[in-house]
Design a protein around this ligand. Structure first.
Ligand code: SF4
Ligand code: SF4
Length: 377
C-alpha cells in the first residue's frame, strides 16, 4: 500500500512539473531571428523583468552603462527605473568623460552631476578617469584600433542600458551609440566624430601655460608667438590637448560625413562588445530629436513607447526603430524629425555580423509573442 502511494506521488509530481513546463512554451525562433523582450509600461519592476527574461547569468564585477544626463537636460531617464535591477545585480554605474566643455568633461564634476541627477544608489566609475586602453581591431573599414577608458577592463560583464532617442548626427542613439561613444576615451570619441586632428580657435589668446605641451603624449605641440601649433605628422589624435587647455583653444577637427560617422560608431561598438559579455536594455520614452548630451534638448516628440531587452544588439536597435516608426505613423520617425534615419547603424552592424535584423517581440509580462502593432496600441 505504502509502495503504491509513493508511486502515485512520483507520478503526480511528474505531471505537475510537466504541466508547469508546458504552461509557458519556449518561444521558437528561426536561425536568422532573435528574441526581443518588450514591456509597454516602463516601470522599475518591468526593467528588472526584462533583464531577468534574458536568462543570462552575469557574475563578478558588473558594469551598468548609463547616461547621467547633461546639466540642464530634462529628457534623460529617471535613475529610479534602475533601482530594483541595481538591488538585484549590484552593478557599478559606468560612464566616460565627454570631449566638449561641460561638467561631464572632468571626472569629479561628472560624478557630482550624476549624483545631483539621482544616480546615488550604486558606486560610480568614470572609466577613463585614469588612463586610456587601446584594443587592436582587424578587418574594419575605418579603424585598426579602438580607444576606451582603462577601467573598461575591470569589469567581467556589462549591462548596456540605453535611452533610445534622437541624435543630431546619428539619427538615433541606442545601444550601438551608447557603447561606441559612451565607452570611448576622449581620443576615441574624437576618432569617431572628426577627421584627423584637433584644430585651434583664438590661438593668439594662449597664455603659454604649457599644459598642452606637457600632456601631449606625441610631442606634437609647440607654443609660438601666435599660439600653439600642432605638428600633424606626430599627432595621434588622443584629444588630451582639448581636455587640458584651460582656455579651450583646441577643438576637434571637421566632422565626418553622416555615413562614415555611422560606420565608425558601429565599428567601435563591434570591437568593444566582443571584448566583454554584454546584454542590452533600451528604453523608449521622452524621445527628443536631440540626445541627453544636450543641455537644452528640444521637448520630446514621442513618449512612452515601451522598453525592450535582448542579447542581440542588432535586433534590439531594429525593434526600437520599427516600434518608434509605427508609433509615429511613418516609415522612419528619425528621418522625419532629424533628417537622418540612423538605420545605417543597424544595416552596417548586421553586415559586420553583429546580430540579426529579424526579431520576435515577446511581451515580458505575459511571456507571449506580441505584434508590433499591438505593442504600440
Ligand atoms: S590630439 Fe593628442 S597627440 Fe594630438 S596634439 Fe593633441 S595632445 Fe598631442
Ligand atoms: S594649454 Fe592652452 S593656454 Fe596653455 S599653452 Fe597650451 S594652448 Fe596655450
Amino acid at each position: 500500500m505504502k509502495k503504491r502511494f509513493s508511486l502515485l506521488a512520483v507520478a503526480l509530481t511528474a505531471l505537475i512539473l510537466c504541466l508547469s513546463c508546458n504552461s509557458k512554451p519556449k518561444i521558437q525562433v528561426a536561425d536568422d531571428e532573435s528574441i526581443v523582450y518588450f514591456c509597454k509600461d516602463i516601470t522599475p519592476e518591468n526593467i528588472l523583468k526584462l533583464y531577468e527574461a534574458l536568462g543570462v547569468k552575469q557574475e563578478g564585477n558588473i558594469g551598468l552603462k548609463v547616461h547621467f544626463g547633461e546639466e540642464g537636460n530634462q529628457n534623460f531617464l529617471n535613475p529610479e527605473l534602475l533601482r530594483p535591477l541595481v538591488e538585484k545585480v549590484h552593478p557599478t554605474f559606468v560612464e566616460t568623460n565627454v570631449l566638449y566643455v561641460s561638467k561631464r568633461r572632468f571626472t569629479d564634476s561628472h560624478i557630482a552631476l550624476a549624483k545631483e541627477h539621482g544616480f546615488t544608489f550604486a558606486p560610480i566609475d568614470i572609466l577613463d578617469s585614469e588612463d586610456e586602453l587601446v584594443y587592436p581591431a582587424e578587418g574594419l573599414k575605418h579603424f585598426d584600433k579602438v580607444k576606451t577608458g582603462s577601467h573598461f577592463a575591470n569589469y567581467d560583464a556589462y549591462i548596456i542600458y540605453s535611452h533610445f532617442k534622437g541624435h543630431g548626427s546619428a539619427g538615433f542613439g541606442g545601444a550601438i551609440k551608447n557603447i561606441a561613444m559612451g565607452f570611448a576615451s576622449p581620443g576615441g570619441k574624437m576618432a569617431q566624430h572628426a577627421e584627423a586632428f584637433p584644430s585651434c580657435r583664438n590661438a593668439n589668446s594662449c597664455v603659454g601655460c604649457n599644459r598642452c605641451v606637457q600632456q601631449c603624449p606625441a610631442g606634437a605641440i609647440t607654443i609660438t608667438d601666435e599660439g600653439p601649433v600642432i605638428d600633424t605628422s606626430k599627432c595621434i589624435g588622443c584629444a588630451k590637448c582639448i581636455a587640458e587647455c584651460p582656455l579651450k583653444i583646441f577643438k576637434p577637427g571637421e566632422s565626418a560625413s553622416e555615413e562614415v560617422f555611422l560606420e565608425r560608431l558601429v565599428e567601435y561598438a563591434k570591437v568593444l562588445s566582443e571584448k566583454k559579455p554584454m546584454v542590452y536594455i533600451n528604453v523608449m520614452d521622452n524621445i527628443s530629436k536631440s540626445c541627453d548630451c544636450s543641455g537644452k534638448a528640444p521637448a520630446p516628440f514621442m513618449e512612452k513607447v515601451g522598453a525592450v531587452a535582448s542579447t542581440d544588439i542588432v535586433a534590439i536597435e531594429m525593434a526600437c526603430h520599427q516600434l518608434t516608426a509605427l508609433k509615429w505613423g511613418s516609415e522612419d520617425a528619425f528621418k522625419d524629425v532629424n533628417g537622418i534615419s540612423g538605420l545605417g547603424q543597424v544595416e552596417y552592424a548586421h553586415k559586420l555580423g553583429m546580430g540579426n535584423k529579424k526579431f520576435v517581440l515577446v511581451d515580458v509580462v505575459t511571456g507571449e509573442r506580441i505584434s508590433l502593432k499591438d505593442a504600440v496600441k
